[in-house]
Design a protein around this ligand. Structure first.
Ligand code: 4NP
Length: 154
């Protein structure tokens, strides 16, 4: 079986998807699952920027350093390079469907579809809110990361 390679996608790639990538790496390492992970944004405003300082602080609260990450935009070859592309919200999923090349091989899904009882739900965008939004983001992406690792380890 090919090693899973997961791409987490939000709008800016500075808040939710870097946290999703970090939570997944953390859960995969804990479970001994060999898998590649990356994150990207559908938008290009923050390309080259590190994660939002509130996302850095939230990851640090869980003992994870994400300061080395840099935002990038999704590109056509991602739909072949990754086995799974996980959209953080429903708009991201709709945008990914629009730009997916017809030959795409990656499986596209909504991140919270992998969490029991949360199918169809978006991870709320914490960018315009306060710190508490980032704690909620972390809870959502951690649940999803654990569920994905369980599925992929089967
Ligand atoms: P993210 O959050 O999509 O979770 O990285 C956002 C980051 C930036 C913007 C919106 C959401 N923005 O409008 O610049």
């Amino acid at each position: 079986m090919t090693q899973p390679a997961l791409l987490f996608v939000c709008l800016g790639n500075i808040c939710r998807s870097p946290l999703a990538e970090a939570a997944f790496r953390h859960e995969a390492a804990r479970a001994g699952l060999m898998a590649a992970a990356d994150s990207a944004g559908t938008g290009n405003w923050h390309v080259g920027h590190p994660p939002d300082s509130r996302a850095l602080a939230e990851a640090a609260r869980h003992g994870i350093d994400i300061s080395g990450l840099r935002a990038r935009q999704v590109r056509a070859d991602d739909f072949h390079a990754f086995t799974h592309i996980l959209a953080l919200d429903r708009q991201n999923l709709a945008d990914l469907r629009l730009i997916a090349p017809p030959t795409a091989t990656a499986r596209l899904s909504l991140l919270l579809d992998h969490v029991d009882g949360r199918a169809g739900q978006s991870v709320a965008d914490p960018y315009f809110g306060d710190e508490s939004g980032f704690a909620e983001t972390w809870r959502d992406v951690s649940l999803a990361a654990a569920a994905l690792v369980r599925k992929l380890a089967d």
